[in-house]
Design a protein. Structure first.
Length: 133
């Protein structure tokens, strides 16, 4: 009887260890927001037509009294998981860049805007070569 308990305990432990499936999750939502283009927005001059041609359709729109609101959002999700029978662990991290623009409803001209950046820019890799001079 003791042998069978020990045997089944080893089989169960082996199954638990071999049953662990590791995974990595990488997901992007929205489109990247070009910071150079954001810097071209001029309050009181840039129009909603300009914004639509530069960034495309917004992620969200809303009407706030006499103002129109456009929101552009780009997010990256990274995470990992380990799934074991009866136990599992999932951990994710979301970083987003968000551009919010307020327009005067009647004229379609930018009243105000805000750009929040959480996603770091990719570092340019150095080739390790020095200039010729």
């Amino acid at each position: 009887m003791r042998k069978s308990i020990a045997y089944y305990s080893v089989v169960f432990a082996s199954t638990m260890l071999l049953g662990c499936a590791f995974g990595t999750v990488k997901q992007e939502t929205g489109r990247p927001i070009d910071e150079n283009t954001v810097n071209q927005i001029v309050i009181g001059k840039t129009t909603s037509s300009d914004i639509l041609s530069w960034f495309g359709a917004p992620t969200n729109t809303a009407q706030l009294g006499t103002d129109q609101l456009f929101t552009y959002k780009y997010c990256k999700n990274k995470g990992g998981s380990c799934v074991v029978p009866f136990l599992s662990s999932v951990e994710t991290k979301e970083c987003c860049n968000e551009l919010t623009i307020v327009f005067y409803m009647e004229s379609g001209i930018v009243k105000n805007y805000d750009y929040k950046k959480q996603i770091p820019e990719k570092k340019k890799r150095s080739t390790g070569q020095k200039g010729l001079l």
